[in-house]
Design a protein around this ligand. Structure first.
Ligand SMILES: Cc1ncc(COP(=O)(O)O)c(C=O)c1O
Length: 374
């Protein structure tokens, strides 16, 4: 089967690019002296995760309990569920933890910690936990400068029902950066906030085995991770238009695209109507802080080469409008012709598809099915 035979919109995974990205991040982690625990939420597939852990210790990170169960069934046995756990999900989490080598849970509040401890005690089990730390993103995590945060860590470490693994953060604010130098500053902050907090906890007698950090942008530029034990980048498997715009990859590295068909032509507006809307590309606003005209993705020819001057300028559920800055020549892009779009956020766009067409060049070589649900 060839790409031209696919029904659109179709999610394409470029296997050559994915393999390169996986190898490069593995080498990066080895050079930096840290373990790589890739976040697999970007693609949610066993096949891509297996590529990411090749030559690594085998641990992965997931963002839903459904993913944790899916990857456990696929043979992964060391999993970090990297979203603070909802109390109502604890029974399922504990049941899964009992079936694999390790399921790490996250807490960032004393009530959540108490709920995990109660669940473990009632089951006469020991549950693995990380304390989630806010290193500047301000989404989740404790403030490491507050005494209550150190007290929470000490409480976790003292519980006979918990295996306190250490501290974990995600520098999501790296996505607000404007280039590699800017990202370097966030990467240093992510490392320093965590190693300093770990140092304070250890000085107070708390055993901190793991110092876990990681985002794709900060890992793309980090050159010294002394004091860090593991990294959890995820988006690097696919990359996307945002990562290219902020300087953590080149457009050539992007391994995920959406194949679409031209279903309307409006030369007077220099616009094409495409059959992949918000339910194929997602409505992620993208890197508007570095490129106010970024729209909803980078438009490429059917073969994958970016088309200069073209942008996806608007989306509705099943329609997208792509506009050219230059004009729309009469013979170009007829109705029925194909284009590819590199979405702003590959994790969100990929999650909209039930299957991915895995391609090498023009050939469809496989079909992968991602985990679904929560
Ligand atoms: C807790 C956590 N860890 C790691 C990651 C991976 O970051 P990235 O997708 O930038 O590689 C994410 C992504 O959202 C995350 O939320």
């Amino acid at each position: 089967m060839r790409i031209a035979d696919l029904r659109t919109p179709a999610a394409l995974v470029d296997l050559d690019a994915l393999e390169r990205n996986a190898v490069r991040m593995g080498a990066n982690a080895a050079r930096l002296g840290v373990r790589l625990r890739p976040h697999v939420k970007t693609h949610k597939t066993l096949e891509a995760a297996r590529l990411q852990v090749r030559g690594q210790f085998g641990g992965i990170t997931v963002s839903t309990l459904a993913e944790a169960a899916f990857f456990a069934a696929g043979g992964f046995s060391d999993i970090t569920y990297a979203v603070p756990v909802a109390p109502a999900k604890l029974a399922d989490a504990a049941e899964l933890a009992g079936r694999i080598e390790r399921l790490n849970l996250l807490v960032d509040h004393p009530d959540a910690a108490a709920a995990v401890e109660t669940c473990a005690r009632e089951r006469r089990a020991v549950l693995s936990v990380f304390l989630k730390v806010d290193c500047g993103y301000h989404r989740a995590g404790v403030d490491p400068t507050r005494a209550e945060s150190a007290a929470l860590a000490a409480g976790l470490a003292a519980s006979p029902h918990l295996d306190f693994r250490g501290i974990l953060t995600h520098a999501g604010h790296s996505y607000r950066c404007r280039g590699a130098d800017d990202i370097r500053t966030v990467a240093a902050q992510e490392r320093d906030v965590m190693t300093q907090f770990a140092g304070r906890l250890r000085a107070a007698g708390v055993r901190v085995e793991e110092v876990s950090i990681g985002s794709t942008p900060t890992l793309a530029v980090a050159d010294d991770l002394s004091g860090v034990t593991e990294v959890r980048p995820g988006n690097y498997a696919f990359f996307d238009a945002t990562q290219a715009a902020i300087g953590s990859c080149a457009l050539d590295d992007v391994a995920f695209s959406v194949l679409v068909t031209v279903i309307g032509r409006y030369p007077e507006r220099r616009e094409l109507l495409l059959d992949g809307g918000a339910l194929a590309l997602s409505r992620d606003p993208g890197p508007a802080h570095v490129d106010p005209e970024c729209g909803y993705g980078v438009v490429c020819a059917a073969g994958g080469a970016p088309l200069p001057g073209w942008r996806v300028v608007s989306l509705s559920q099943e329609h997208a409008l792509a506009r050219s800055a230059q004009g729309l020549p009469a013979a170009a892009f007829p109705i029925g012709s194909r284009l590819r779009v590199l979405p702003n956020h590959s994790c969100l766009a990929a999650a909209l598809f039930e299957r991915y067409a895995v391609v090498r060049g023009d050939l469809v070589v496989d079909e992968w099915r991602p985990a679904r649900g929560w």
